[in-house]
Design a protein around this ligand. Structure first.
Ligand code: RIB
Ligand code: CA
Length: 310
């Protein structure tokens, strides 16, 4: 039976490919796409989700707008990576896939209440939407199978020296999620940096000879330039699809069970994920943390999904 999932995202180049992977996979039943502010404003992220679904012909999956900013403070956007539109690179037409008639919060709550089995949440942006649902409706925790998120790192950060972008944007939301008691799997930078879109990957996408393959090349070309300019990467890491891949085929991603705490106060470290890999703190385990990716099989899965679109 396909696994019912909700993809919560901030498209964003890698989010856009996560949408393609989730929608194409027979292992998943993509019940909804929800958006939040992060890589760009929530307005732009929502338009970008609609754009990707329009081009991919993904219809019948509601796209619902969520939180415009973090629980505390103002939104910090990732324009330096994803550009002014949040999905710079290709020329986009007007999206025809509509925005849902309800907001992300109401849609997530309704699905959790109504779906006949527990739902897996796959947040790949800041965790604001998820934290708001968990806080307002703790009774719905039992309706969540697990939360498999892209965020954090067992090592250093990317948006600040010690904080990964998604967690840095809303540390308080991440703290609520990691302390919620809901099963959490964290796919952090330490593993997503193993999913590099190398020239070989780009060539495989070009060789598809399809409009979608070509579109993904355009997206990854822009994304690659951002990563080279900002962090000196010669090939960009495709973060968000790794979390989706973990749900599709857990054998792709090795994990360890450890305590994870979120730094919310640090003057220089706010948003850091304090991953206690050696159980030094004596704290109880509260997350599975991904440590190793089977990159060749991941790319076969990702490119296979892209190949399934025209
Ligand atoms: O740090 C990488 C994460 O931040 C990814 O989810 C990317 O889309 C951005 O949101
Ligand atoms: Ca993202």
């Amino acid at each position: 039976m396909p696994i019912p999932v909700i993809l919560d995202c901030d498209p964003g180049h890698d989010d856009a490919l996560a949408i393609l992977l989730a929608a194409a996979s027979p292992e998943l039943d993509l019940l909804a796409i929800t958006t939040c502010g992060g890589n760009q404003t929530v307005e732009k992220c929502t338009i970008n989700a609609r754009r990707m679904c329009t081009v991919a012909g993904i219809t019948g999956v509601p796209i619902a707008r969520g939180a415009a900013g973090p629980l505390l403070g103002s939104l910090h956007i990732g324009e330096y990576v994803h550009g002014a539109s949040g999905l710079d690179g290709p020329e986009w037409g007007e999206p025809t896939v509509p925005e849902a008639g309800e907001n992300a919060h109401d849609l997530i709550v309704r699905i959790l209440r109504e779906h006949p089995e527990p739902v897996t949440l796959i947040p790949v942006g800041p965790l604001t939407n998820i934290a708001l649902v968990l806080s307002a409706h703790p009774e719905l925790k039992a309706n969540i199978r697990e939360i498999v998120l892209m965020g954090g790192s067992t090592e250093r950060g990317n948006d600040t020296p010690y904080a990964e972008f998604n967690i840095r944007v809303d540390p308080e939301a991440a703290d609520i999620v990691f302390r919620s008691g809901v099963p959490v799997t964290m796919c952090g930078l330490n593993i997503t940096h193993q999913a590099l879109a190398t020239p070989d990957v780009i060539e495989r996408l070009r060789a598809l000879g399809t409009p979608m393959g070509d579109l993904c090349v355009e997206l990854l070309t822009f994304f690659s330039a951002s990563y080279l300019r900002t962090w000196g990467f010669t090939s960009p890491p495709l973060h968000d699809p790794v979390a989706v891949a973990r749900v599709i085929d857990p054998s792709l991603v090795e994990v360890v069970s450890v305590p994870v705490a979120i730094e919310t106060q640090g003057r220089f470290t706010a948003g850091a994920t304090c991953v206690d890999l050696h159980h030094l703190t004596g704290e109880p385990d509260n997350a599975l943390v991904a440590t190793r990716l089977d990159a060749p099989r991941f790319w076969d899965l990702m490119i296979g999904a892209i190949a399934s679109y025209e």
